[in-house]
Design a protein around this ligand. Structure first.
Ligand SMILES: [Zn+2]
Length: 205
């Protein structure tokens, strides 16, 4: 069951479309990543955002993906509109004081969607003909927050202490741990992986 609070009718329609698309993409990804054999297209995208599947623990990624899919298909989620500040698109609310955006295992998942979210494109197109170079989008933002809510991911730090936000940082993070443990716990790595899987699910390359 999904609840929508405080949205204008037009904004609510947009968020519902994002949620419906995300639910469809997540169930698709869950079959691709959590099954026994990853196909070659999935493997290429997995390697881009999480490092080689052979390195480190696959279980963590499978757990987060499966929780994200289940959250949308069978949990209660409450979406609430707030004006917010420019540049902040959404937030996954939590009761845990040590991490304001992480919410794992709740009967009711809560996500706040800010005004700036509605200025983003649904999906971002690739830049410079590079399928791994993408800007923010509604879908990427949504998957990022969903990974916090359902998978308990963090916004991990790069070696220089800054947060790994954005496609370039997400890819850089993979190179900074041999077993890719931070990349596999970083919300933006899930955001971009899920967006790429959704955007290009009908293409093979
Ligand atoms: Zn985050």
């Amino acid at each position: 069951m999904h609840f929508y609070v405080n949205f204008s009718p037009g904004d609510e329609k947009q968020v519902k479309a994002v949620v419906a698309e995300a639910a469809s993409v997540m169930s698709y990804i869950a079959t691709k990543v959590c099954g026994s054999n990853m196909d070659s297209c999935t493997r290429v995208r997995f390697q881009t955002w999480f490092g080689h599947p052979r390195d480190g623990k696959l279980d963590r990624v499978r757990e987060v993906i499966s929780r994200m899919a289940t959250c949308l298909s069978s949990s209660t989620v409450r979406f609430k509109y707030k004006v917010g500040v420019p540049g902040t698109f959404a937030e996954a609310l939590a009761g845990n004081k040590s991490d304001t955006y992480k919410q794992l295992s709740s009967e009711t998942y809560k996500m706040t969607i800010y005004q700036a979210f509605f200025g983003l494109p649904r999906y971002a197109d690739v830049k410079n003909n590079d399928v791994t170079d993408m800007d923010d989008s509604q879908m990427e933002t949504f998957f990022h927050e969903l990974s916090h809510l359902a998978g308990g991911t963090d916004d991990e730090d790069l070696d220089d202490g800054t947060k790994a936000y954005g496609a370039s940082d997400a890819k850089l993070l993979i190179t900074q741990d041999a077993n890719h443990s931070r990349a596999r716990n970083n919300a933006d790595n899930y955001g971009f992986f899920c967006m790429a899987m959704g955007r290009y699910r009908y293409l093979t390359f």
